[in-house]
Every structure is written in structure tokens, then in C-alpha cells.
Design a protein around this ligand. Structure first.
Ligand SMILES: Nc1nc2c(ncn2[C@@H]2O[C@H](COP(=O)(O)OP(=O)(O)O)[C@@H](O)[C@H]2O)c(=O)[nH]1
Ligand SMILES: [Mg+2]
Ligand SMILES: [Zn+2]
Length: 296
């Protein structure tokens, strides 16, 4: 099926879709059985002046996060990569970075780690960036005051769908305006169109930059509630350097916290896994206690 129409935002009973052949936007309707998510490719039929979603094309992946009850909630689909933006200030805690990475790994979406405001240099920040580079992650050091610093990152956005993530104040809006100069992101197109009406179920918005053939998905508060409920076994799969050891523990359901003959604990003792990352893993596992397990 031709990938011609893509959902850019959803409301309860309608959605907007971009026609990729002429970049026009249409309001589209759908019946109860069809649940479009931002980023979906859809097949439309035209009835008089209304467009209807006939079907949703198969999804490559789904990016999820927790709702306020700690339940897994689908946010966007067909995402190639998630841009995890951090800044010298507000300074990220290790757990924030690791929680984002767990989400990206478990959603099977490539994370790009962006360390922004590098003009306000801090050695701790750069050392942190390097430690993630050593784990094999793609790391970018950027500043909106040094335009050359964003070029490498911009190259990675071409022909891709990128999801923007990061705490408030790290520079997401300023960076996206530089990375996507063709888009008028500041004016808040969505805000103008739909306001904060009660019928708005999602403020997740997909933008299309035709000059770079790049899609950007912005979802304010993408990390307000963070990870949905996960078991230690699942969380361990979000720590990529643990993968080599996960089959080697004495107990197949090892939580890597206290068990004897745990290959992960041994790797930490041998210095093959960083103590800081391991402690963060333990804290993230403990933070799940207050979330109710769900049926997902
Ligand atoms: N020094 C410095 N300030 C920045 C940089 N990027 C963003 N800022 C500032 O950080 C503040 C928050 O930026 P904003 O883009 O609104 O962050 P957002 O909340 O993540 O969208 C603004 O005052 C920006 O001017 C940077 O690279 N260096
Ligand atoms: Mg912003
Ligand atoms: Zn173990």
C-alpha cells in the first residue's frame, strides 16, 4: 500500500493527516474500530467532502510511555529514532538518561543522545557524554550559540522520523527551530488550531520538513510520568551492556539485585559494568514498587 497519508495529530473523533504528495493537511474521520496514532500511515477514502480512514497500514513500531497511573500508553508510531535532549542546565541526573534509554531500547527505537548547551561547559557533563559514547550510543554535543555544532545531528534527521524527548528547559524548542528551519515551530501550529480544548486527547504532533524529507514528532511532556511498570528482567534488557551477562546468572529469573552467582553483579565487581550504571539500574527497579503491575 502506498504511504501517502500520514497522521499528524489525533483527537477523540477525528485526526489530521498530511498528504505527502502535495503536503496539504486534511481533517479525517474514522469509526470506533480504527484507532489512529500520531505517525500512522493510513488509507483514506473520500465521501463527498469528508475523508475517512479506511485502514491503518502496518506499523514498524510503537513508542510508549506511562500515563499518570503508570500504565503503558502509545504515543507515536513508525518512529526511526528518539532524540534524547539533555543540557548542562538543568543538569540531568543519571537516572533520567537511563530511564529514557530503557524506554528507547524496550520500544526498539534507536536513541540519539544530545548534550545541549555545551557553551556552558561543565567537565562533568562532557565526561557523562563520553561514558555513553563508550557504551556505543550515538552522542552529539550541541549549542544553539554554535551553529556548526548542530550540523552532524541535522545530517542524521534526513529521511527519518525523529521523536523529540527531554525535560523542560533543556532547549528542545530552540534546537528544533535550528534543526528544522523550514518549520515554524515557535508559533505552535497545534495550539492555534485546537487550543487546550477538553476534546483534545493528545497534543502529540508530527511535523514534516519537505526540504530535508524529515519528520519530527513533538509531544510536550513526553516524559512527565516516565516509564510504565516494568519488571527487573525487562529493565535489565534496557541496559545494553548487561546483555552479554543476562543468560549467565544462576537463576533464570534473576533480578540482579541480591542473588548468588549473578553474572551482572560479578561483572560490576570486575569493572566490566560501571558501578554508576548498575546503581541506577537498582534505583529504577526500586522505583517500580509504587506502580501497579498492569496487564500489558
Ligand atoms: N546557553 C545556552 N542556552 C540555551 C541553549 N539552548 C537553549 N538555551 C536556552 O534555554 C532556555 C530553554 O530553551 P527552550 O528551547 O525553551 O527549552 P525547551 O523547554 O526544552 O523547549 C531558553 O532560554 C534558551 O535560550 C544553548 O545551547 N546554550
Ligand atoms: Mg519547548
Ligand atoms: Zn543476575
Amino acid at each position: 500500500m502506498e504511504k501517502r497519508h500520514r497522521i499528524s495529530a489525533t483527537l477523540k473523533q477525528s485526526a489530521t493527516a498530511i498528504d505527502l504528495s502535495d503536503f496539504s493537511e486534511h481533517q479525517v474521520f474514522f469509526n470506533r474500530k480504527i484507532k489512529p496514532i500520531c505517525g500512522d500511515y493510513v488509507a483514506l477514502t473520500k465521501e463527498q467532502n469528508d475523508y475517512r480512514i479506511e485502514s491503518i497500514l502496518p506499523r514498524d513500531n510503537v513508542f510508549s510511555r506511562a500515563d499518570k497511573h503508570g500504565r503503558k500508553q502509545h504515543l507515536a508510531v513508525n518512529v526511526d529514532q528518539v532524540l534524547i535532549i539533555m543540557a548542562v542546565s538543568p543538569e540531568p541526573t543519571r537516572d533520567i538518561i537511563n530511564r529514557y534509554l530503557v524506554a528507547a531500547e524496550l520500544n526498539h527505537i534507536k536513541p540519539l543522545l544530545v548534550f545541549n548547551k555545551i557553551d556552558l561547559q561543565s567537565e562533568y557533563f562532557i565526561a557523562t557524554a563520553n561514558s555513553y559514547r563508550q557504551l556505543g550510543y550515538e552522542v552529539f554535543l550541541t549549542s544553539i550559540r554554535q551553529i556548526d555544532s548542530i550540523k552532524a545531528l541535522q545530517q542524521c534527521l534526513k529521511d527519518k522520523t525523529s521523536l523529540l524527548a527531554g525535560q523542560s528547559g533543556v532547549g528542545k524548542s530552540s534546537l528544533s527551530n535550528l534543526l528544522f528551519p523550514a518549520l515554524d515551530l515557535k508559533t505552535g501550529k497545534l495550539a492555534k488550531k485546537t487550543g487546550k480544548g477538553a476534546h483534545t486527547t493528545s497534543v502529540t504532533q508530527l511535523y514534516y520538513d519537505t526540504s530535508q524529507n524529515a519528520f519530527l514528532i513533538d509531544s510536550p511532556g513526553v516524559w512527565e510520568y516516565g516509564l510504565w511498570h516494568l519488571s527487573p528482567i525487562e529493565i535489565a534488557h534496557g541496559f545494553r551492556e548487561f546483555q552479554n551477562y543476562l543468560g549467565a546468572c544462576k537463576f533464570s529469573n534473576c533480578s540482579h539485585s541480591h542473588e548468588p552467582d549473578c553474572a551482572v553483579i560479578q561483572a560490576v565487581a570486575d569493572g566490566r559494568i560501571s558501578e554508576k550504571r548498575y546503581q541506577s539500574f537498582i534505583r529504577i527497579c526500586e522505583s517500580m514498587d509504587h506502580l501497579k503491575p498492569t496487564n500489558y
